[in-house]
Design a binder for this molecule. Structure first.
Ligand code: GLU
Length: 208
Protein backbone atom coordinates (compact mmCIF):
# COMPACT_ATOMS: atom_id res chain seq x y z
CA UNK A 1 0.00 0.00 0.00
CA UNK A 2 1.20 3.50 -0.73
CA UNK A 3 2.33 5.85 2.01
CA UNK A 4 1.89 9.36 0.74
CA UNK A 5 3.06 11.59 3.52
CA UNK A 6 5.45 9.28 5.26
CA UNK A 7 9.20 8.95 4.87
CA UNK A 8 10.86 5.63 4.09
CA UNK A 9 11.96 4.98 7.64
CA UNK A 10 12.82 1.52 8.92
CA UNK A 11 9.95 -0.51 10.44
CA UNK A 12 11.50 -0.28 13.92
CA UNK A 13 11.34 3.52 13.78
CA UNK A 14 7.80 3.55 12.46
CA UNK A 15 6.21 1.96 15.48
CA UNK A 16 6.66 5.17 17.45
CA UNK A 17 5.18 7.38 14.74
CA UNK A 18 1.49 7.43 15.54
CA UNK A 19 -0.65 8.98 12.84
CA UNK A 20 -1.97 12.34 13.97
CA UNK A 21 -5.62 11.79 14.85
CA UNK A 22 -6.73 14.56 12.51
CA UNK A 23 -4.56 13.68 9.51
CA UNK A 24 -7.17 11.49 7.79
CA UNK A 25 -10.18 13.43 9.04
CA UNK A 26 -8.69 16.54 7.44
CA UNK A 27 -9.10 14.83 4.06
CA UNK A 28 -12.86 15.37 4.22
CA UNK A 29 -14.45 17.79 1.87
CA UNK A 30 -12.09 19.19 -0.73
CA UNK A 31 -11.85 16.46 -3.34
CA UNK A 32 -14.66 15.27 -5.62
CA UNK A 33 -14.99 12.19 -7.75
CA UNK A 34 -17.60 12.03 -10.47
CA UNK A 35 -18.14 9.61 -13.31
CA UNK A 36 -20.34 9.82 -16.37
CA UNK A 37 -21.25 7.79 -19.46
CA UNK A 38 -23.09 8.47 -22.72
CA UNK A 39 -25.25 6.49 -25.13
CA UNK A 40 -22.27 5.83 -27.41
CA UNK A 41 -20.40 3.91 -24.73
CA UNK A 42 -17.98 6.67 -23.72
CA UNK A 43 -17.14 6.73 -20.01
CA UNK A 44 -15.33 9.30 -17.91
CA UNK A 45 -13.89 8.72 -14.45
CA UNK A 46 -12.73 12.03 -12.97
CA UNK A 47 -11.27 13.02 -9.61
CA UNK A 48 -10.73 16.72 -9.01
CA UNK A 49 -8.91 18.18 -6.02
CA UNK A 50 -7.48 21.42 -4.72
CA UNK A 51 -6.31 19.57 -1.61
CA UNK A 52 -7.77 21.35 1.43
CA UNK A 53 -10.82 23.59 1.76
CA UNK A 54 -10.45 26.39 -0.80
CA UNK A 55 -6.85 25.30 -1.50
CA UNK A 56 -4.53 28.26 -0.99
CA UNK A 57 -7.56 30.52 -0.61
CA UNK A 58 -6.34 32.45 -3.68
CA UNK A 59 -8.72 32.93 -6.61
CA UNK A 60 -7.05 33.53 -10.00
CA UNK A 61 -8.30 36.95 -11.11
CA UNK A 62 -10.62 36.86 -14.15
CA UNK A 63 -10.35 33.06 -14.51
CA UNK A 64 -12.76 31.82 -11.85
CA UNK A 65 -10.75 29.04 -10.23
CA UNK A 66 -8.77 28.72 -7.02
CA UNK A 67 -5.14 27.74 -6.66
CA UNK A 68 -4.57 24.45 -4.87
CA UNK A 69 -2.33 23.80 -1.89
CA UNK A 70 -1.14 20.40 -3.11
CA UNK A 71 2.34 21.19 -1.76
CA UNK A 72 1.06 19.64 1.45
CA UNK A 73 1.01 16.29 -0.41
CA UNK A 74 4.82 16.26 -0.20
CA UNK A 75 6.47 14.49 2.70
CA UNK A 76 7.56 17.34 4.97
CA UNK A 77 10.41 15.17 6.23
CA UNK A 78 13.37 15.29 3.78
CA UNK A 79 15.05 12.12 2.54
CA UNK A 80 12.09 10.06 1.31
CA UNK A 81 10.90 9.53 -2.28
CA UNK A 82 8.15 12.11 -1.79
CA UNK A 83 10.39 14.87 -0.39
CA UNK A 84 10.04 18.45 -1.65
CA UNK A 85 12.26 19.23 -4.66
CA UNK A 86 12.28 21.96 -7.33
CA UNK A 87 10.09 21.30 -10.42
CA UNK A 88 8.68 18.14 -8.81
CA UNK A 89 5.02 17.27 -8.26
CA UNK A 90 4.06 15.62 -4.99
CA UNK A 91 2.69 12.09 -5.07
CA UNK A 92 -1.06 12.17 -5.63
CA UNK A 93 -3.30 9.34 -4.48
CA UNK A 94 -6.19 10.28 -6.75
CA UNK A 95 -7.18 7.13 -8.65
CA UNK A 96 -9.93 7.74 -11.22
CA UNK A 97 -10.29 4.26 -12.68
CA UNK A 98 -11.98 2.50 -15.60
CA UNK A 99 -11.93 -1.30 -15.40
CA UNK A 100 -12.16 -3.27 -18.66
CA UNK A 101 -13.55 -6.78 -19.05
CA UNK A 102 -13.05 -8.67 -22.32
CA UNK A 103 -11.82 -5.46 -23.95
CA UNK A 104 -14.87 -3.36 -23.04
CA UNK A 105 -15.38 -0.90 -20.17
CA UNK A 106 -16.97 -2.75 -17.28
CA UNK A 107 -16.93 -0.30 -14.39
CA UNK A 108 -15.68 3.11 -13.40
CA UNK A 109 -14.77 3.98 -9.83
CA UNK A 110 -13.00 6.68 -7.84
CA UNK A 111 -13.14 8.49 -4.53
CA UNK A 112 -11.83 11.37 -2.47
CA UNK A 113 -9.97 10.51 0.75
CA UNK A 114 -6.32 11.56 0.34
CA UNK A 115 -3.97 8.64 0.68
CA UNK A 116 -6.86 6.28 1.52
CA UNK A 117 -8.21 6.64 -2.03
CA UNK A 118 -5.94 3.91 -3.38
CA UNK A 119 -7.11 1.25 -0.95
CA UNK A 120 -10.75 2.35 -1.24
CA UNK A 121 -10.69 1.92 -5.02
CA UNK A 122 -8.78 -1.35 -4.82
CA UNK A 123 -11.18 -2.82 -2.26
CA UNK A 124 -14.25 -1.93 -4.33
CA UNK A 125 -12.77 -3.54 -7.45
CA UNK A 126 -11.83 -6.64 -5.44
CA UNK A 127 -15.32 -6.81 -3.91
CA UNK A 128 -16.82 -7.01 -7.41
CA UNK A 129 -14.18 -8.95 -9.33
CA UNK A 130 -13.02 -11.38 -6.66
CA UNK A 131 -15.88 -11.64 -4.19
CA UNK A 132 -18.81 -11.37 -6.62
CA UNK A 133 -20.62 -8.58 -4.78
CA UNK A 134 -23.23 -6.44 -6.48
CA UNK A 135 -22.09 -2.87 -7.25
CA UNK A 136 -24.07 -1.44 -4.30
CA UNK A 137 -22.74 -4.10 -1.92
CA UNK A 138 -19.17 -3.52 -3.10
CA UNK A 139 -19.34 0.18 -2.24
CA UNK A 140 -21.25 -0.26 1.04
CA UNK A 141 -18.86 -2.95 2.33
CA UNK A 142 -16.74 -1.69 5.30
CA UNK A 143 -13.21 -0.69 4.28
CA UNK A 144 -9.78 -0.87 5.86
CA UNK A 145 -6.74 1.35 5.41
CA UNK A 146 -3.14 0.66 6.37
CA UNK A 147 0.23 2.19 5.57
CA UNK A 148 3.54 2.54 7.43
CA UNK A 149 1.67 3.87 10.47
CA UNK A 150 1.22 1.00 12.91
CA UNK A 151 -2.52 1.56 13.28
CA UNK A 152 -4.98 0.09 10.80
CA UNK A 153 -7.90 2.46 10.11
CA UNK A 154 -11.19 0.62 9.97
CA UNK A 155 -14.79 1.45 9.26
CA UNK A 156 -17.87 0.89 11.40
CA UNK A 157 -19.45 -2.39 10.39
CA UNK A 158 -16.20 -4.32 10.08
CA UNK A 159 -17.01 -7.67 11.74
CA UNK A 160 -15.27 -7.93 15.11
CA UNK A 161 -14.09 -11.48 14.19
CA UNK A 162 -12.23 -10.03 11.19
CA UNK A 163 -10.57 -7.45 13.46
CA UNK A 164 -9.67 -10.08 16.04
CA UNK A 165 -8.16 -12.37 13.40
CA UNK A 166 -6.03 -9.54 12.03
CA UNK A 167 -5.02 -8.50 15.56
CA UNK A 168 -3.96 -12.09 16.22
CA UNK A 169 -1.66 -11.75 13.19
CA UNK A 170 -0.05 -8.71 14.81
CA UNK A 171 -1.96 -5.82 13.23
CA UNK A 172 -2.75 -2.87 15.50
CA UNK A 173 -6.13 -1.23 15.07
CA UNK A 174 -7.12 2.37 15.78
CA UNK A 175 -9.32 2.59 18.89
CA UNK A 176 -12.32 3.99 17.02
CA UNK A 177 -13.61 3.34 13.49
CA UNK A 178 -13.96 6.15 10.97
CA UNK A 179 -15.50 6.40 7.47
CA UNK A 180 -13.14 6.07 4.51
CA UNK A 181 -13.74 7.82 1.18
CA UNK A 182 -16.86 8.48 -0.83
CA UNK A 183 -16.84 6.36 -3.97
CA UNK A 184 -18.93 6.97 -7.07
CA UNK A 185 -19.15 4.31 -9.75
CA UNK A 186 -20.86 3.26 -12.97
CA UNK A 187 -21.28 -0.35 -14.01
CA UNK A 188 -21.95 -1.33 -17.62
CA UNK A 189 -24.41 -4.24 -17.48
CA UNK A 190 -26.37 -5.87 -20.30
CA UNK A 191 -26.21 -2.81 -22.53
CA UNK A 192 -27.30 -0.45 -19.74
CA UNK A 193 -25.53 1.59 -17.10
CA UNK A 194 -25.97 1.27 -13.37
CA UNK A 195 -24.75 4.21 -11.28
CA UNK A 196 -23.90 3.76 -7.60
CA UNK A 197 -23.33 6.61 -5.16
CA UNK A 198 -21.68 6.11 -1.80
CA UNK A 199 -23.77 6.76 1.32
CA UNK A 200 -20.76 7.86 3.38
CA UNK A 201 -20.92 11.51 2.30
CA UNK A 202 -22.89 13.42 -0.32
CA UNK A 203 -23.41 11.55 -3.55
CA UNK A 204 -26.14 10.96 -6.08
CA UNK A 205 -26.96 9.19 -9.33
CA UNK A 206 -28.67 10.94 -12.23
CA UNK A 207 -29.91 9.40 -15.50
CA UNK A 208 -30.86 11.70 -18.38
N1 GLU B 1 -4.60 15.92 -2.77
C1 GLU B 1 -4.86 14.55 -2.53
C2 GLU B 1 -4.18 13.69 -3.58
O1 GLU B 1 -3.95 14.14 -4.67
C3 GLU B 1 -6.33 14.26 -2.52
C4 GLU B 1 -6.97 14.88 -1.34
C5 GLU B 1 -8.26 14.25 -0.92
O2 GLU B 1 -8.72 13.32 -1.52
O3 GLU B 1 -8.85 14.68 0.02
O4 GLU B 1 -3.87 12.58 -3.32
Amino acid sequence: MVAQNESNTAPSERTNQKRAASSLQSDLGQTTHFTTADSEGNLVSWTSTIEQFFGTGIMVPDHGFMLNNELTDFDAKPGGPNEVEPTKRPLSSTSPTIVFKDGAPFMTVGSPGGKTIITTVAQIILNVAEFGMSPAEAIAEPRLYDDVDPEVIWEPGLPSEARQQLQALGHEFADEPMPLGNAQAIFAQDGAYLGVADGRRDGSVVGL
